[in-house]
Write a protein that binds this ligand. Sequence first.
Ligand code: NAD
Ligand code: MN
Length: 347
Amino acid sequence: RSSLKIGLIPADGIGKEVIPAAQKAIEALGSDIPKPEFVPLLAGFEYFTRHGEALPEETVSALKECDCALFGAVSSPSRRVTGYSSPIVALRKILDLYANIRPVISVAANPADKPDVDLVVVRENTECLYVKQETITTTENGREARATRLITERASRRIGKMAFELALDRPRKHVTIIHKSNVLSITDGLFRETVRAVPQLPEVNGRFDGITIAEQLVDSAVYRLFREPQIYDVMVAPNLYGDIISDAAAALVGSLGLVPSINAGDDFVMGEPVHGSAPDIAGQGIANPIASIRSAALMLRRLGYAKGADRLDKAVDEVIREGRVLTPDLGGHAKTTEVLDEILKRI
Ligand code: NAD
Ligand code: MN
């Protein structure tokens, strides 16, 4: 590639503050990556309130012309809004970004030490309750709401393969399957069974034989995550559990403002901080830009630009380790731009 076309979708709230920071960090990489060409794109709840749609067709078609993208966050209201549907949930489906990969890593005080927490949540990104097939009817007992939870063998198999693939590249080579098959023996049962069977698939050719497999019910998985996070390496989970576990894991490393992700498919990758639009701090210029900068690093790494990704990660680690210039979520007093400047100096 002679240039790298990167779609930027800040969307709502602090997405508008952290995505420009990630853009500056990418620009600072110079010749370690192909010349970046940024394509600003619109989507989100605010866009919806003005234009009646949350994800304009131009954004989708422009994204299909990009090499990769960075998404900020959307402010999806908790009440039902007629005609509105979350653009990020839609984009994951439209672009078939079936894996949401969320590394949660603590920064050791001494760079030579192993981090206390070093795990990756691999979240299925296209089905489970997020198919959003909800209905409501009125019965003699009042209103009755139902939701469909879809688990397919195909999606479970490909997310399982992704999890084992990631485990191969990690020193511990250990996969924990998260489920609730003791209650949901059919849906979670299918997920659990299908992921477990991945190493025996003929097309896998025994490549995953050296990987150890454990499984854990989702509720006790969260308990053990807080008590002994070291037991986890790769955690693979259906969509909803994966969403919840990764926010919980963020607490172990200090802030949601630190945890990145990529939405990955077979031919596209979109970086996205794990956090949301943070309406409680939006507009104050104090959002932590690190999750977005690390998401940019993950995206570049997936595209094969390990050197650029390493430079971003190293710069971020140094700023965290020094602990002098941090945003309030990490106990500091710095603004987003001050943290960004510290990072830029070290890239
Ligand atoms: P949130 O992640 O926005 O915020 C949770 C808490 O973490 C807040 O106290 C917030 O201030 C803090 N926080 C999050 N990111 C931070 C950062 N970068 N720096 C400093 N502090 C940070 O979760 P929420 O409050 O449950 O949701 C708010 C909105 O975001 C909702 O409308 C929700 O729908 C949306 N949301 C969107 C996404 C997404 O776009 N993928 C994900 C989660 C939530
Ligand atoms: Mn979430």
